[in-house]
Ligand binder design. Structure first.
Ligand SMILES: N[C@@H](CCC(=O)N[C@@H](CS)C(=O)NCC(=O)O)C(=O)O
Length: 215
């Protein structure tokens, strides 16, 4: 099995990058800096016609969509234990959360950040207002789930749902109400950010603006 990840620091590629590091799956990392417009290069567009990151080359075939990539990697590397096994009691909750993040939180984040580019700039403010409401309602839902003191979202152990959730929570860091403002999310984020794989991920992506304070 061979992998090459096209990533941009802090972008939707981050969850996949984190999983590859945590599971110690060999891969090649290829930088596509979206702040510099590298996603529009014709060469990259051949791999990802939408001009977005991530792209994961899986055994020579370009694959897309961060949530699908996490689920695919979990399926191909079951020994890593990063998703509840099919048929296990936790599987339904994991599926539900992965789909919730993919079809509610990710699109709202896209609207928050790209309303003026993806749509008519004149309507961007209204789009962003709705996106913000959806994002904050999502934090309400995840905060309530974590209120029982669980360290991870599903099944008492680290899973792909945590990679996706923490990446999304990070994106809220400059929003009017950041995920860290929710009490149970703050505890959860603190624990997940302390994982050696998250620290290593930030080093590899050159990120330092959303780390736990040094103790
Ligand atoms: N649903 C996609 C979203 C991908 C996406 O929107 N990526 C953003 C970065 S977070 C991107 O590539 N932006 C560059 C652009 O749209 O020009 C996924 O989860 O992979």
């Amino acid at each position: 099995m061979t992998y090459a990840l096209y990533y941009s620091p802090g972008a939707a590629s981050m969850a996949v990058h984190w999983m590859l590091i945590e599971a110690q799956i060999p891969f090649e990392a290829r930088l596509i800096n979206i702040d510099e417009g590298a996603q529009h290069d014709p060469e990259y567009r051949r791999l990802n016609p939408a001009g977005r990151v991530p792209t994961l080359i899986v055994d020579g075939v370009p694959r897309h969509e961060s949530t699908a990539l996490l689920m695919l990697l979990a399926e191909r590397h079951p020994a890593a234990g990063l998703a509840p096994a099919p048929g296990s009691p936790e599987r339904a909750e994991w599926l539900e959360l992965m789909v919730f993040m993919a079809n509610t939180v990710l699109p709202a984040m896209r609207d928050w950040f790209y309303a003026g580019e993806d749509g008519d700039p004149a309507g961007a403010e209204a789009v962003q207002a709705l996106a913000r409401r959806r994002i904050e309602q999502s934090w309400d839902r995840l905060d309530a789930l974590l209120a029982d003191g669980r360290a991870y979202l599903v099944g008492g152990k680290l899973s792909t749902a945590d990679f996706l959730a923490v990446m999304l929570m990070r994106w809220s860091r400059n929003m009017p109400r950041k995920a860290l403002a929710w009490p149970h999310l703050a505890v959860y984020i603190g624990k997940l950010r302390a994982l050696p794989s998250f620290i290593e991920l930030n080093v590899r992506e050159g990120l330092s603006d959303w780390s736990n304070p040094a103790s």
